[in-house]
Design a protein around this ligand. Structure first.
Ligand code: DGY
Length: 342
């Protein structure tokens, strides 16, 4: 007697360590062959028909049309990402389809990159890494603002747009740099929580941790601003000309969350006109269609990398494994390691 199988579609080959987890007699797995190239929309639409489980990455759009194309068999969608802006959650919820995602596992990798970009932005990495050894050492050549506390600035303030897990892991990394204060913007629907702030301050030995009443204060007071909020439409271009104009001229802006939160043209202008010192950018609105003539790519004070926040071998393996485990648990009726609450 043959075991009945259910169709599982995987939009990217997840590699030799992870794909075997899907080798089960009750699964018929259809995977896009490439590990590196995105599967086309055409491939996904053709193959998703009749799927019961679907594993995607953040460049695959799981919209009403794709969900409709899959048909009534679809029970679980699992994304190998912490963000799920590419998925029509409302449609899934209406149809009783579960959604898995991969939080926590990438927190440390993204926090690492946030610090790297803060350093790169302040220390002119974009210019200096490419011209060596044409310039001789000179007392004030290529000087930029120092991230760590120093004899001129013995106190340092970190500002966070969004204060979730990654922001707090980034804050933890700033303590050995002598940071003394932390300001953050919180979800306006939840009340400020001074007791929690005091606990975070005590945990890290900071002089203060405070949720700001308005973004003006965050912009004005911070030596480095980390954009680490989700890509919610309500936060579209939260970093705009008005915000950037209020920042310190020696400050740097780091975005390792979603490109839509920062107005790229305003940021390029801020760098060009010296409103702020530099920027460290992992994500850009409109990615991956970012070409050499993009205003931020052209800005020498902008250290820019192509959405590599979670790109460590360990983290990506963990994310892929979690995406598969979410799918399997969701289909077998068990508790997913991480399920989006709808
Ligand atoms: C995510 O998982 O949402 C990240 O942006 C990927 O690095």
């Amino acid at each position: 007697m043959t075991t009945p199988t259910v169709k599982i579609v995987v939009s990217r080959n997840l590699g030799p360590e992870v794909m075997p987890l899907l080798d089960r007699p009750d699964f018929e797995v259809i995977s896009c062959p490439s590990q590196t190239e995105a599967c086309s929309r055409k491939w996904l639409s053709e193959n998703v028909v009749g799927a019961v489980g679907l594993i995607v990455v953040l460049t695959d759009k799981v919209d009403a049309e794709l969900i409709e194309t899959a048909g009534p068999s679809l029970r679980v969608v699992s994304t190998m990402s912490v963000g799920y802006e590419h998925i029509d959650v409302q449609q899934l919820s209406q149809r009783g389809i579960k959604l898995g995602y991969t939080p926590d596992i990438l927190t440390e990798a993204v926090a690492d990159l946030s610090i790297m970009l803060a350093l790169m932005a302040g220390r002119n990495a974009r210019q200096t890494a490419t011209i060596w050894p044409q310039y001789a050492w000179s007392p004030f050549l290529f000087c930029g603002p120092q991230l760590s506390a120093n004899w001129v600035y013995p106190t340092r303030t970190a500002g966070f747009l969004g204060f979730g897990r990654i922001a707090q892991a980034t804050l933890a990394r700033l303590i050995p740099f002598g940071f003394t204060h932390c300001l953050y913007s919180g979800n306006p629907t939840s009340p400020p929580d001074p007791a929690r702030d005091a606990t975070v301050a005590a945990k890290y030995g900071l002089q203060s941790v405070r949720r700001v009443a308005g973004l003006d204060e965050l912009a004005r007071e911070s030596d480095v601003v980390f954009v680490l909020a989700p890509g919610d439409p309500s936060l579209y271009h939260v970093v705009d000309e008005a915000f950037l104009k209020q920042m310190k001229r020696t400050a740097v802006l780091v975005n390792t969350s979603r490109g839509t939160l920062v107005d790229s043209d305003a940021l390029a202008k801020a760098l060009r006109e010296g409103w702020i010192w530099g920027a460290g950018i992992d994500v850009v609105e409109g990615e991956p269609n970012v070409t050499a003539d993009h205003p931020l790519v052209k800005e020498p004070r902008c250290a820019i990398v192509p959405h590599i926040g979670s790109a460590t071998t360990e983290t990506r393996l963990g994310m892929a494994t979690m995406a598969v485990n979410n799918l399997i648990a969701g289909l077998l009726g068990g508790e997913m390691p991480a399920q989006v609450k709808m």
